[in-house]
Each structure stands twice: as structure tokens, then as C-alpha cells.
Design a protein around this ligand. Structure first.
Ligand code: PHE
Length: 344
């Protein structure tokens, strides 16, 4: 037994392992249930009592040495890294990251912004919680206009002469721009708006708008028409036609609604344009002199045009989305359809 112990001590001293796996094999060979050290402890039970003290001590030293060596080899194998184990193949493809894509409303909004930026418009933003003055009063809404009703507008505070509310359009940002920017003004106002409407395929209580405002000397309706035509052709294709129908907004006079020729049937009539060949895209008009004056602009010297469009609607027409609710439901099958549209 003495020789065996000495032999094992020698072996342990010289033990070398390159990998975790080899260390584990050495541990099992020495200290495992059927390991050599374990076996010696079993033999020790049967030796003569007078030898027990000497061999007991020797065996304890052996076990200690073996355990310490295994620990040392383990930490060395870890430090040299697992590269040497050949278990990692560095040429294997990496784990793919699940990259997201932009939301169709963000893509459409950015495309609209990019087009008007090219025309020289600045981008302005304003608060979503607004006061009555900037959403209605300064925009020439009469006091009893239905939009000022609780049925149509979400009020944050009531019973106040200038109550807080969730803005129903981003025209409020145009008012703020007129108040503080020097003339001429050429600005677009993208943002979220809120209306107290029942949610359906064609309406939602939250949606996005991009509104525009251009004020300078001698701005005419022809300028408005040209700006909208250029926008429509950039957005829907170079062969797009527009038509204007008379309309009414408290803040513009004259006012118009703009249709573009249906980009599906090219004007022949289909179920998207309901057989008319035209799709409504925005409202617009010449800024009412009352609105200019309310913001301190001389309406005899300056004139301007304004327009406003719903981003969801533009995106619906561009990509033939038939239900507005798709935009808000976060159904991955719908959202993934727009991943190739990340060029913006
Ligand atoms: N503010 C109008 C709306 O929300 C859109 C609009 C803007 C119309 C500017 C005319 C001029 O419906």
C-alpha cells in the first residue's frame, strides 16, 4: 500500500490536463466512487490496527493532494478558455437577433415629412394636451361649433374659460408657430390627435396627422394646388392626378377637399375607390384672415394656405389596408408585411 500511495502522489504531481473534460476524467479516475484513492481507503479498512495511524495519515495527505490538484487543473482549464476544447466552431453562423421593423404609420409619416422637407418645410411639434384657445378659439371656431362638444372632444378639465383638452387636430401647432415664428412661415406639424369617436374599420379615437402651413406675401390658391399636386405625385406615383372639391373649415376660406386618382385602377373604378376612380386624401384651404389676425399677422400684407391629412388614411391608400384597427392591434403577421419598407 505504501508504494501505491507514493506512486499515486508522484502521478498527481505530474498530472496535466488541457480541457475541462480531461480534468473531469482525472477526477473520476482518482476520486470517483471506483477511483484509485477511494479504492485505497476501502483497503485501509482491512489493514492491521497498528498500521492504521501511519497509513491513515498518508491516505489523508494523498486525498488532500489529489483534491487540490484537481481544483488547480480545473481553474487552469477555465482560464485558457474553452477554445482549446474544440467544442466551439467559430465558423458557425451566430444566433439571429429578432430585428423589428418600423410601424407602417411611422413609415408613412416619415415619407410625408421627407417630401415636404424637400419642398423646404420645417417640422414643428406641440403639446398633445392643449387648451381650447389653440385648438378652437384662435382657429375661428364659433362658440357653439359641434367639435367643441363633449361628444367630439376629450376634455381634461371642464368649467374653465379656457379648458384643457386632447387636441383634435395639429392645427393647434400651426397657431403656436404663427405666434412665435417670424414670417415667411413654411412648416409641417406631424403628431397624434384624439377624437371621441366609436372605433371602427374607418375611424379611431387616436390617429396621426400631418398638417402644413405656408404664409408669405402673395400666396395664392394656385400655390396651394401646386404644392398638393407635387406632394401627391411624390407619395402615390408620377402619373397621379388630383381634384379639388369645395368644402368648409372654420379656419380656411375658401376650403377644399382633395382627391387623388385611384392608384389601384388608375381611375377606371374599383372597390377601393368604390367605382369613382378617386380617393380622398386631405383637407385644405386659404388661411382665413381672422386666423392670421388672431395670431398677430397683418392679413392685408400676408396670405397663406394650410392643409391637413390623416397619416393612417394615407398609409391605407398607399398599401391597401382595409381596416384602420390593424394599425393598433400589434398583430405581428400584419406588421411584418412592412419590413421591406424600411428605406426611410
Ligand atoms: N384641421 C383639419 C382637420 O383636422 C384639416 C385641415 C387643416 C383642413 C388645414 C384645412 C386646412 O380635419
Amino acid at each position: 500500500m505504501k508504494e501505491q500511495i507514493e506512486q499515486l502522489l508522484e502521478e498527481i504531481k505530474g498530472l496535466k490536463c488541457a480541457t475541462d473534460k480531461e480534468v473531469e476524467e482525472a477526477r473520476i479516475r482518482l476520486l470517483g466512487k471506483k477511483g484509485e484513492v477511494t479504492k485505497l481507503f476501502e483497503e485501509f479498512r482491512g489493514i492491521a490496527p497498528e498500521l492504521k495511524k501511519e497509513f491513515g495519515q498518508k491516505l489523508n495527505v494523498l486525498k488532500k493532494e489529489a483534491t487540490a490538484k484537481i481544483e488547480e487543473l480545473k481553474s487552469m482549464a477555465k482560464a485558457t478558455g474553452s477554445a482549446s476544447t474544440n467544442s466551439d466552431d467559430v465558423t458557425m453562423p451566430g444566433d439571429p437577433y429578432g430585428l423589428g421593423s418600423r410601424h407602417p404609420v411611422s413609415i408613412a409619416r416619415q415619407q410625408i415629412i421627407n417630401i415636404f422637407r424637400k419642398f423646404g418645410y420645417d417640422v414643428a411639434e406641440g403639446p398633445e394636451i392643449e387648451d381650447d384657445y389653440h385648438v378652437f378659439e384662435a382657429l375661428n371656431f364659433p362658440p357653439n361649433h359641434p367639435a367643441r362638444d363633449m361628444q367630439d372632444t376629450f376634455f381634461v378639465s371642464v368649467g374653465h374659460p379656457n379648458p384643457l383638452l386632447l387636441r383634435t387636430h395639429t392645427s393647434s401647432v400651426q397657431v403656436r408657430t404663427m405666434e412665435k415664428m417670424s414670417l415667411p412661415i413654411r412648416v409641417i406639424c406631424p403628431g397624434r390627435v384624439f377624437r371621441n369617436e366609436a372605433i371602427s374599420a374607418r375611424a379611431h379615437c387616436i390617429f396621426h396627422q400631418v398638417e402644413g402651413l405656408y404664409i408669405d406675401e402673395n400666396v395664392s390658391f394656385a400655390d396651394l394646388k401646386q404644392a398638393i399636386l407635387l406632394f401627391a405625385r411624390e407619395m402615390f406615383g408620377a402619373d397621379t392626378q388630383i381634384r379639388m372639391r369645395p368644402s368648409y373649415f372654420p379656419f380656411t376660406e375658401p376650403s377644399a377637399e382633395v382627391d387623388v386618382s385611384c392608384n389601384i385602377c388608375k381611375g377606371k373604378g374599383c372597390n377601393i375607390c368604390k367605382g369613382t376612380g378617386w380617393l380622398e386624401i386631405l383637407g385644405c384651404g386659404m388661411v382665413d384672415p381672422n386666423v392670421l389676425e388672431a395670431s398677430g399677422i397683418d392679413s392685408k400684407k400676408y396670405s397663406g394656405f394650410a392643409f391637413g391629412m390623416g397619416v393612417e388614411r394615407i398609409a391605407m391608400l398607399k398599401w391597401q389596408v382595409n381596416d384602420l384597427r390593424h394599425y393598433f392591434e400589434n398583430d405581428m403577421r400584419f406588421l411584418r408585411e412592412f419590413s421591406p419598407c424600411v428605406e426611410v
